[in-house]
Structures are given as C-alpha cells and as structure tokens.
Design a protein around this ligand. Structure first.
Ligand code: AMO
Length: 434
C-alpha cells in the first residue's frame, strides 16, 4: 500500500511501506546514504546503510538527481535522530521520472529567487510547502464562503463571462472577436446579478473569474482574478448588505484559524479575527482623517493606494483591521449605485482590510427612470444596455450587493506583499505564460 507521509505513525514501525515523492536531497557518506523524500505532507528520511541494502538500491539512490520523482518500498524504523521519529530502510527504489540538471531554480535553497524567475517556473516554485499552503487556505476560504452563503439562503449562480457590454468602465475592458462581432470578457457579474433580482431568486452569489485590462503594475492589481459577488433583494438599506458581508468575513476568518491551522503553521503565520462590528467611516470622514494625518487630498478625490494605506494605519491604532468606508460621492461610483437624494453622495461602500480595499458594493438604483438618468449622466447609451434595463421595466425590487476580490482577501489575511502570491498562474500586463 502507498502511504502519504502523514499516515506513517508508530503503528507502521517495523512494517513495510511504500512512499513516493521528490528527491529533495541526497547525501552520500560512503558507508551510508541518505535521501530526503518530499511529498505533499512533509519529509521522509530514507536511510541506506551499505551493509543492509542491495548494491542496486544503493546505486539507484546515490545516482538520483535532485527533484526526481521516486517510489521507495522499505521497512519503517524508529529513529530518535530524525525529526519525524522514523526512517525507512529501502528494499526497492523505482525512479518514476528523472529530473534534468541543472534545475531552473532551487526548491529548498535559502537564496532569494526573484519573483520573475519564480513565476516563470511556477511548477517548481509551487513545490515549496509555503507556496502551496497559500492555495490550501484559498481553497478553504472558498469552501467557507459556500457554507456561509448556503446557511443564509443564497443560491450559487454562474453568469456569462463572454459579454456584449461592460459594467465597470470602458478603460479596463478586454475586447475579443465573437464570431465577427465585438464582445468583451466580463469585468464582473454586475449586470446579470442585478437582472436576477427581478426573477424571485432574491439571494444569489457567484464565485468566478473577472477580467480587467489593468494598465498599472501594482502589487494588488491583476488582469484576471476571482470575484466573490453577492446580491440580495427586498432590502431597506445597504446596512443589510454590509451585515451579510461582515458575518461572512468573521465566519471565514474564524474558521480559517482552526481548520486552516496546519497550512498557517507551514506559512509561519497567524490570522487575527478582526474586531467586530467593523467601524463605518463616511467617505467625508475618511478624507478628513487622512488630511489631518498630513496626506494631501481634496474632498471628491479617490483615496488611492497611499490614502488607503494611511487610513489603514490610523484604524490599526484602534485595533481595527476591517472597516467600512461608506457613502462615496455619487460621481465616483458607477451608474448602478443609488444616489443619496439631495446630497452629492451615494448609497455605496468599500470594505478595507489592513489598508487595502477588498470589496465594494452598495444599494442599487432599481427605479427604471432614475437608472436611465444615471446612465445618461455617466455618458452611457441606455440602448446598449437594453437587455439589462428591460429587467427593470416589469417589476424590480429594491436590492443591493457586493463584489469581493478573493485574492485580495487572502493576500491581506495572510499578510502577503503581492496579490500574485495568491494566484497559481497570475495574469498581468507583462505576463500571459505560463
Ligand atoms: P470593484 O470594481 O470595486 O466593484 O471590484 C470589486 C473588488 O474586486 C477586486 N478587484 C481586483 N482584484 C484584483 N485585481 C484587480 N484588477 C481588481 N479589480 C477589482 C477588489 C475590489 O474591491 N460590480 C462591483 C461590485 C458590486 O458593486 O457588487 C465591482 O466590480 O477587491
């Protein structure tokens, strides 16, 4: 029987097992050779004393190149010298795949490899347990979101990613050729999740790819990311939407602390449960807070990366890792957001996590005439949104929702410097392969 290293316990001592993994290190000391085999769960020491094994096995071990895949059958022996408490004395060694030399990059070498090299050889980079642990946590986060959404009566939906019009501004649209017609990659499920609100599917969520032709090279923008969107109908205000997100974030983070403990240990990281309820700071207040801290910004302007960071530092002084920035100027928000009548503001919010926006959303304009007015005000042609507007013409309830960048959430949760660390094969202006 084949064993993952995690299943080898004292019960297997003095028994025969078969393990398979990558040859991380081979040490040949003449009378004895050691092979450190790495599998998904950890390291296994294969100890080959010349006297106790066949010359063929000795030869196979000593000639292994680093990172070759090898299957070993042998007897498990207790050993106080080995961290795991045991070693395996091999009786058969089968090389499944011999690695070429030299390696494009090291897996365990202590030298810092440039990010560029790591992403060029991502298959190799992901052999590092700490690189993989990020994806174990990301997978867990997605599972926890599913759980929370199901518990709150949300139906999971999948909306088209090949679309005829954008929802989040023309400048970040990827144009494609769709059987001779112009089309785009979806920037977000925005228009579709709102259309569904007219159907009686009054609580929906989607986790899927979103595409943005982001012209800037930053540590938090990529051109393909996973968006976790929610939309809920028959709401009285955006506060209900914010409460749903906050509940979800608290659930996800507290469960990651326990269910993700092993991956967090590999990463050498601890995750802190943010203080709740999350403070709600109005956009106006946020601007005055950063102004008072010496940041040059005018009312009406976007906080931007630096402003968000500064606000994050100010909030951290009161122990807040997550907080809302609410009621942005309507001018700064897309057409689908509801205006706060008689003011220059809107029923909108961002959720920031340690100085970085991870989500935005708000209450939507569900009244047909006002929605058309808002489109016109933003210089959009309502005709090109007819398929969307129609769903507002025959009975559309009040509704609101959000979009959360899953990778930004994971990045901030794990304290990673760059969003790309949370994406297996990141896409940006400079990268389309691997
Ligand atoms: P917005 O455009 O703010 O809102 O996007 C929502 C969230 O998606 C993430 N995000 C990104 N992550 C990585 N790289 C990018 N280039 C990128 N762009 C956005 C961020 C951001 O907060 N339809 C609205 C949401 C709504 O109102 O429901 C929307 O897409 O974490």
């Amino acid at each position: 029987m084949m064993y993952d290293s995690r299943f080898i316990t004292a019960n297997e001592y003095d028994k025969e097992v078969t393990v398979e993994g990558w040859a991380q290190e081979v040490r040949n000391l003449g009378g004895i050779s050691f092979l450190i085999l790495r599998d998904r769960y950890g390291l296994v020491q294969i100890t080959a004393p010349k006297k106790k094994i066949t010359p063929e096995v000795m030869q196979a071990i000593t000639s292994l190149s680093r990172e070759s895949v090898v299957r070993i059958t042998g007897i498990v022996k207790a050993s106080a010298q080995v961290k795991s408490g045991y070693e395996i004395i091999p009786s058969t060694v089968t090389v499944q795949s011999s690695a070429m030399t030299p390696l494009p990059m090291g897996v365990v070498d202590k030298v810092d490899v440039e990010a560029e090299t790591r992403f060029n050889h991502r298959y190799m980079d992901l052999r590092k347990p700490e690189a993989r642990a990020v994806f174990e946590i990301k997978s867990l986060v997605l599972r926890l979101i599913d759980e929370y959404m199901a518990d709150n009566g949300f139906v999971e939906v999948f909306t088209p990613k090949l679309v005829a019009s954008g929802a989040e501004g023309g400048s970040t649209l990827f144009k494609i050729d769709y059987f001779g017609k112009p089309a785009y990659l979806a920037q977000s499920p925005q228009l579709y999740k709102q259309m569904l609100m007219s159907t009686g599917m009054d609580r929906i969520f989607e986790i899927g790819p979103a595409f943005r032709a982001e012209p800037s090279d930053t540590a938090r923008h990529v051109s393909e990311f996973i968006s976790y969107d929610g939309e809920m109908a028959h709401i009285d205000s955006q506060t209900e939407v914010m409460a749903m997100i906050e509940g979800c974030m608290q659930y996800v983070i507290s469960e990651v602390q326990t269910r993700g403990a092993r991956s967090l240990e590999v990463l050498g990281t601890q995750v802190v449960l943010p203080k709740a309820p999350y403070p709600v700071i109005s956009y106006e207040k946020a601007i005055s807070m950063v102004q008072a801290a010496g940041f040059k910004i005018e009312l009406g302007e976007d906080l931007g990366t630096e402003g968000e960071k500064m606000l994050g530092d100010l909030m951290a002084q009161d122990g807040h890792e997550m907080y809302w920035i609410a009621e942005y100027p309507e001018e700064a928000k897309p057409f689908y957001i509801m205006e706060k009548e008689g003011t220059p503001y809107s029923f909108s919010f961002d959720l920031d996590y340690k100085g970085q926006e991870i989500s935005s959303g708000g209450q939507r304009e569900h009244r047909y005439d006002r929605l058309v007015q808002r489109m016109e005000k933003k210089g959009l042609d309502p005709k090109s949104f007819e398929f969307y507007l129609n769903s507002f013409a025959y009975g559309m309830p009040s509704h609101g929702g959000w979009g959360i960048g899953v990778e930004r959430l994971v990045q901030k949760m794990l304290g990673l410097n760059n969003i790309r660390e949370t994406i297996l094969f990141p896409r940006d202006r400079n990268r389309l392969v691997p």
